[in-house]
Design a protein around this ligand. Structure first.
Ligand SMILES: Cc1cc2nc3c(=O)[nH]c(=O)nc-3n(C[C@H](O)[C@H](O)[C@H](O)COP(=O)(O)OP(=O)(O)OC[C@H]3O[C@@H](n4cnc5c(N)ncnc54)[C@H](O)[C@@H]3O)c2cc1C
Length: 429
């Protein structure tokens, strides 16, 4: 089938059931490849990029391909687990992006990219042409890294790393555990989405145990020796959960003490480390991670499993005219976080709009802020500012910081909530 530009855009604007009911092909010599941007992945990175490209130049046709009809956020995922929020309150749809910002939404999976013909093949048959493509598929769990752990095993030892059924499962296991039980969290080697997220999770699980199952114990098996904001976490755990005492609710086995989980023994409901097996009533395995499948299969990743880019424009170092942002990109020293993804998306949007309008673009700066709750009324945070320098991302000296030890942690918890409302509004509102 051959389509005119008008027909094609009408198709994208049509209800999903209509748009996806047929197998539609855009001809190779499509007459309308002008200011056309396709974005794969509607998480913090992709959704923000779509919105800001439209804001910067409304004449650009922006098509967002997202395989899920709604998006439950990583941030606040732990708050649901700890009983502080409902899953519904952290789940967003794409209606505002479509209706208010004029973005074409295609609910489908991007399967293949043809960088020569500049087209994206979708699972249900649609083919999308692009002038610039932004790939933002986030991170995926690696199933080859923990012996015996597999998608099937997640039904008894949940990863709960993506909000939804896995979070509900882990919370249900916690609720049905007897007082005096043991809960294990296994933390992988970095990088993974949000360096402090597993420790926030440990804190909020401990908060639940303290209230309802105070004879229980939470064991953190950690592949890392040290971790982000360690001093602030330890100080909070000492105050809230007796960390380091005989009655501690939380105990941590660091990487250099054999904390890395190498495997699981499903029949024994145990984890396996260099020190042997450890059984527990509830086991939360957070596996090591890598860039989303589409990025790996389309040659956008390097040996690290993540996508190298030129951070000036976030253009891929391996495939031209394709930009990679968010968790999938190699953006060190920026962490993988929602805030970083949002910040990268804005500068990528500026670079893409400049390039489509034959304008120069230079000198981006970025920011990151991560909040963690150690209990509903005890928050901590870290902030950093970054600048483009010598073709790399560099931290700006003295521009960041952490919650000072003596500051009001209750106020930080209030800021955490308002940070969450702002960042989700930024991306999806
Ligand atoms: C438990 C937890 C707590 C966290 N806490 C925080 C926090 O407090 N603060 C913070 O800043 N960050 C936090 N994060 C990290 C944050 O969630 C991620 O850094 C952020 O979501 C990355 O955004 P992204 O858009 O790159 O990827 P994602 O949010 O993962 O979005 C990727 C999207 O792409 C879609 N997709 C993938 N492949 C395809 C395809 N082929 N076709 C179509 N669609 C596709 C996926 O369905 C998904 O919706 C946390 C993460 C977790 C898991």
């Amino acid at each position: 089938m051959s389509l005119s530009r008008r027909d094609f855009l009408a198709l994208l604007a049509a209800p999903a059931s209509m748009a996806l009911s047929g197998c539609v092909t855009i001809p190779e010599q499509t007459p309308y490849r002008g200011k056309q941007v396709v974005i794969i992945g509607g998480g913090f990175a992709g959704a923000t990029a779509a919105k800001y490209i439209k804001r910067l130049d409304a004449s650009i046709e922006v098509t967002l391909v997202e395989e899920q009809l709604s998006y439950s956020t990583g941030p606040a995922n732990n708050w649901v687990l700890g009983g502080l929020r409902s899953l519904h309150s952290i789940t967003f749809n794409y209606r505002t992006l479509r209706e208010k910002h004029g973005i074409h939404l295609v609910p489908d999976t991007a399967l293949r990219i043809d960088p020569v013909r500049k087209i994206v093949h979708l699972k249900k048959g649609l083919i999308l042409p692009y002038e610039r493509l932004i790939v933002a598929p986030g991170a995926e769990l690696r199933w080859d890294s923990i012996d015996g752990y597999s998608p099937q095993v997640t039904q008894t030892m949940p990863h709960a790393w993506r909000a939804g059924a896995q979070i509900n499962l882990l919370r249900a296991q916690l609720l049905s555990m007897k007082d005096g039980g043991t809960v294990i969290i296994s933390i992988p080697p970095p990088p993974y989405g949000c360096p402090t997220a597993p420790y926030e999770r440990a804190s909020l699980l401990a908060h639940y145990l303290k209230q309802f199952k105070p004879k229980s114990k939470l064991l953190i098996f950690d592949a890392q020796d040290d971790f982000a904001l360690q001093n602030l976490f330890i100080e909070g755990w000492q105050q809230l959960y007796g960390f380091g005492t005989e009655r501690a609710l939380i105990e941590r086995i660091a990487g250099n003490a054999g904390g890395e989980v190498k495997g699981v023994n499903v029949s024994q409901h145990a984890i396996v480390t260099a020190n042997g097996e450890q059984r527990a009533e509830v086991i939360n395995i957070i596996p090591p991670q890598q860039a989303g499948l589409i990025a790996r299969e389309q040659g956008l990743t390097d040996v690290t499993g993540w996508c190298p880019v030129d951070p000036l424009s976030w253009e891929s170092s391996t495939v031209p005219n394709i930009h990679v942002i968010g968790d999938a990109s190699l953006a060190s020293p920026m962490p993988k976080s929602a805030f970083a993804a949002n910040s990268q998306a804005k500068s990528c949007a500026m670079a893409v709009v400049a390039s489509l309008n034959a304008r120069a673009f230079s000198g981006p700066t970025w920011m990151n802020t991560c909040y963690s709750l150690l209990s509903p009324h005890y928050g901590i945070s870290t902030t950093m500012v970054y600048r483009y320098r010598n073709a790399q991302i560099a931290q700006v000296a003295q521009a960041g910081g952490q919650t000072p030890a003596e500051s009001n942690k209750q106020l930080e918890a209030v800021y955490a909530d308002s940070w969450y409302n702002n960042i989700t509004q930024e991306a999806f509102g």
